[in-house]
Design a protein around this ligand. Structure first.
Ligand SMILES: [Zn+2]
Length: 260
């Protein structure tokens, strides 16, 4: 569903590596490459985690070779391997796709009750300020269940993401304390980003995590939301923002947004 307000309010700016500068402003979402590029098998990026850390302290993504799911939390970068085991990412490792922000929430609330994942996201929706195009968020607390996935590292020649996802490992974390974090993007950014919610999880003991498929909250969660109207996309060589496979109206929407 195309929302005219979102189109006008989220400012997507693309830049090449030469123009890349650290974003110290809060409420700016910084993204390395696009989900469209990832879908086509562009699994090797040139951005190091040390560089990524200059753009934000909370976010998600993957690592070169699609080697697991990445979680950035409180300025620390973690990798959940194919079975959901979590380790720290070294600053010199690189990413083909990540989105981070300097997280400064303007909404904080507690979310109570045993909620399905859809119910939980409905509660979040209700707490996102009206007119917000995109937001970063984190949910801290105990979950009865987190169903998550991760993916095995790939070797060249790379297969498309849709084929790799067929090899994903799905695992369930039961009665687990931790943080679910990520972003909500409007529908029209499909191709640049994942539309809707994109959430990753890392346990409080930093031992388990992955890309969230489903959850059931166990009581009370602390929710923090950081609305944003600015998405800065750093495009690696050979990657274009305008994906020819995008639907015409989505393509037009991106063009209009870029034109301000
Ligand atoms: Zn993910």
């Amino acid at each position: 569903m195309l929302d005219e307000h979102w189109i006008r309010s989220l400012h997507v700016e693309s830049m090449r590596r030469a123009d890349l500068h650290a974003e110290h402003d809060p409420h700016v979402l910084f993204q390395a490459s696009t989900i469209g590029a990832l879908l086509e098998g562009a699994y090797d990026g040139d951005l190091s985690f040390a560089e990524l850390a200059e753009h934000g302290d909370l976010g998600l993504g993957t690592l070169n070779g699609l080697d697991g799911e990445m979680v950035a939390l409180d300025g620390e970068f973690f990798r959940a391997d194919v079975d959901g085991a979590v380790n720290r990412v070294a600053p010199g490792e690189r990413t083909p796709f990540a989105v981070v922000t300097r997280f400064e929430p303007s909404v904080e609330a507690s979310v109570e009750g045993r909620l399905s994942h859809a119910e939980l996201l409905g509660r979040v929706d209700a707490l996102v300020p009206a007119g917000t195009s995109s937001c970063a968020l984190r949910l801290d607390g105990r979950f009865e269940l987190v169903r998550a996935r991760s993916v095995p590292a790939q070797r060249q020649p790379y297969r498309p993401l849709t084929e790799v996802i067929a090899d994903q490992h799905v695992f369930e974390l039961e009665d687990v304390a931790g943080t679910m974090l990520g972003f909500r993007f409007p529908a029209w950014v499909e191709g640049i980003e994942v539309a809707g919610y994109h959430l990753h999880f890392v346990s409080e003991d930093r031992r388990r995590g992955g890309h969230v498929l489903d959850s059931r909250s166990g009581g009370e969660l602390r929710l923090a939301i950081d609305p944003s109207d600015d998405l800065h996309v750093e495009l690696p060589p050979r990657i274009e923002l305008a994906d020819p496979d995008l639907a015409a109206e989505t393509h037009a929407a991106i063009a209009r947004a870029e034109g301000g």
